[in-house]
Write a protein that binds this ligand. Structure first.
Ligand code: PCA
Length: 199
């Protein structure tokens, strides 16, 4: 089977996105499953179409990754909300969504289908600073997370990891950061723990 890991293209004026760069640091195989990587658009109209085209329904696990520029360490999302509200920040197509449901009439919130507590524990044991997050926001990351949870069969473990700025972004913005190699290792561990929990 395949483990699908996705990242996002750059957005909000950045010239790269660590969540796309991290894909190259992942091993080609985890627990005997091939790792397939995809970069998703920061475009609210296109993302549903692009997600539909990915081989997600038969995957061993689906891990979506995005950047949370204001968080100092990697975080694991617990829930996706059925809400789009971009505030005054347009997506890459220049569009601003406000007060809109992602799936009309869908559940207000859907829980992550990763073993969140077990992953956080494994990160702690590996010495990787990390946090659980109760909100993936109301922008594209949350949209992607919600769409996959709404569409995928319940047996497919599916979750969302928000990356912190890496060393390259931190040099530019003087922000806190977590080395990208450490965040890649965290994603590998999250996948391993997810597959173990499922076995
Ligand atoms: N982060 C944004 C969208 C793309 C990304 O990497 C978010 O948190 O919604």
């Amino acid at each position: 089977m395949t483990i699908v890991v996705t990242g996002f293209e750059p957005f909000a004026g950045l010239d790269y996105n660590p969540s796309a760069r991290v894909l190259d640091l992942l091993p080609n195989e985890i627990a005997g499953h091939e790792v397939a990587r995809f970069v998703l658009p920061v475009d609210s109209a296109r993302i549903a179409i692009d997600l539909e085209a990915l081989p997600l329904p038969g995957a061993a696990a689906v891990i979506h990754c995005g950047l949370a520029q204001d968080r100092p360490v990697i975080s694991l999302e617990r829930i996706a909300l059925n809400l789009l509200d971009f505030g005054d920040r347009p997506d890459n197509a220049g569009k601003i969504e406000r007060d809109r449901e992602i799936v009309a009439g869908g559940a207000l919130a859907l829980p992550s289908r990763l073993p969140v507590r077990a992953v956080l524990e494994a990160w702690r044991r590996a010495g990787i600073p990390s946090i659980a997050s109760t909100s993936a926001g109301t922008f594209l990351c949350n949209q992607c997370f919600y769409l996959s949870l709404a569409r995928l069969p319940k047996e497919v473990p599916c979750g969302f990891v928000h990356l912190a700025p890496d060393e390259k972004l931190a040099m530019r913005y003087r922000s806190p950061y977590q080395p990208l190699a450490v965040q890649a290792e965290a994603i590998r561990i999250a996948i391993e723990v997810t597959l173990e929990a499922r076995a």
